[in-house]
Design a protein around this ligand. Structure first.
Ligand code: ARG
Length: 294
């Protein structure tokens, strides 16, 4: 059995008081298919409860009325704490519709002791969305293409003094890495090769000692957009074949319905931002940083 992930025991979430579909910036969003606010609120509370029951903590940030996608808290910024102190790199969103979100989230991080920085100088650098990034193995694994730009990986590596392994995303429906990749423990992860170009699909599989390979159809259920607390996997959906493999590996699956949030193109992982990733424990420090692209 692989060593459990050390991070994923403390999450930031945004309370969905103003969740709507006001624009369409991914293939799931349709202005004619609006989320029901009461159901969304219930599902969100159900997710908070499920996370707390699994033994992790949840912290809550208020939603800006003019930022309907802010409920996808993962995209606000990437926490990679340093031994000398807590640290977050704020996202620089691809679409102007979401750019104001980070300005509202930064004070929360500052008040909670996180030193904040932006990718590129003064936030005018390359696009970078934290939903594209995970600590896994010897590096931050980062998707680029639809949202994060390749240049953003360079900024990230330098900013955090870590190795960044880039994967080029080509599938329009898996526009963030967290729709196609999900670390399960230190040697296992769900991986959907159909999300990437050929070289990056091969690199993604090579990075994971024991991959749970997802078909495109499986990934489009949002099953990779799950979070893992120790041996518990909180999932929005779990195709039978995926369930069989997870159970064989000793994971406990908890299904949580967040279907209203799928209307904005995101699920459990998108709604939760782990704020306890620690450099030197969850990934090695690399002075000056390094980017590896297949
Ligand atoms: N509507 C949001 C967007 O397109 C959804 C974000 C999903 N978040 C994620 N981490 N994949 O930006």
């Amino acid at each position: 059995m692989g060593q459990q992930l050390q991070w994923g025991r403390r999450y930031l979430m945004v309370q969905p008081d103003h969740f709507r579909v006001d624009y369409a910036i991914n293939p799931f969003m349709d202005l004619a298919d609006q989320p029901d606010p009461v159901r969304a609120r219930e599902q969100w509370l159900g997710l908070v409860e499920a996370i707390r029951s699994s033994g992790a903590e949840v912290e809550v940030l208020a939603q800006r009325p003019d930022a309907p996608d802010m409920v996808y808290a993962m995209n606000l910024g990437l926490v990679v704490n340093q031994p000398e102190g807590e640290r977050v790199v704020m996202s620089h969103m691809r679409y102007p519709e979401r750019r104001m979100e980070t300005g509202s989230a930064q004070p929360w991080f500052a008040e909670h002791g996180f030193a904040t920085s932006y990718v590129g100088r003064d936030g005018v650098g390359a696009h970078f969305e934290a939903g594209d990034v995970f600590a896994f193995g010897d590096a931050l694994v980062a998707g680029y293409g639809p949202r994060t730009e390749e240049l953003g990986l360079k900024h990230l590596a330098t900013e955090l003094d870590v190795r960044v392994r880039g994967l080029r995303i080509t599938h329009p429906g898996m526009y963030h890495l967290d729709l196609a990749f999900c670390p399960l423990d230190e040697t296992r992860a769900m991986v959907c090769p159909a999300a990437f170009d050929d070289a990056s699909a091969a690199a993604a599989l090579a990075m994971v000692p024991e991959p749970l390979v997802l078909t495109e159809e499986e990934a489009l259920t949002f099953c990779a957009n799950s979070i893992v607390v120790g041996r518990t996997v909180l999932m929005p959906a779990c195709p039978d074949r995926v369930r069989a493999q997870l159970e064989e590996w000793g994971f406990e699956i908890v299904l949580v319905d967040v279907g209203e949030f799928h209307k904005g193109g995101g699920s459990i992982r998108c709604m939760t931002n782990p704020v306890d990733v620690l450099s030197g424990r969850d990934l090695p420090a690399v002075l000056g940083g390094e980017v590896v692209i297949p």
